[in-house]
Design a protein around this ligand. Structure first.
Ligand code: FES
Length: 132
């Protein structure tokens, strides 16, 4: 690319990916942000464990364990996303318990606390130069 062309090039984000922290301290890319539908989840395999990834309607990405502790089924990614008193939650499709997407804590019932594991998640944008 000539200097002149380089000057005319503009940077724009062409892609953004969801990454989840791995046990060895690294990050693994699980999907493109564009593949996530706000309010719906996808299941991904990270370190051999199923993770449910959600895009909130405000654009925040969450990752929690996909295993429903009450039914023993890997169904959390199929849960409904919403909010309860301002807390972003996913409701298990099995028995409808609500889990706080930020902490994994179950918000229903008054017995001992049950929580989904929470995975550290980040969005990384791939920026490419585009000649205009
Ligand atoms: S029903 Fe959710 S912690 Fe008991």
């Amino acid at each position: 690319m000539t200097a002149e062309l380089a000057e005319r090039a503009t940077e724009r984000a062409v892609d953004a990916h969801v990454q989840i922290a791995t046990a060895d301290g690294g990050w693994t890319t699980v999907c493109g942000v564009a593949q996530l539908v706000p309010g719906r989840g996808v299941a991904a395999l990270v370190d051999g464990e199923q993770v449910a990834v959600f895009l909130d309607r405000d654009g925040t990405v969450y990752a929690v364990g996909n295993l429903d502790p009450f039914s023993g089924a890997h169904v959390i990614s199929r849960g409904l996303v919403g909010s309860r008193k301002g807390v972003p939650v996913v409701m298990s499709p099995m028995y409808k318990e609500a889990f706080d997407l930020r902490t994994g804590l179950c918000l229903d019932g008054d017995d001992q606390a049950v929580a989904l594991p929470v995975h550290e998640v980040r969005v990384r944008e791939t920026v490419a130069a585009e000649v205009v």
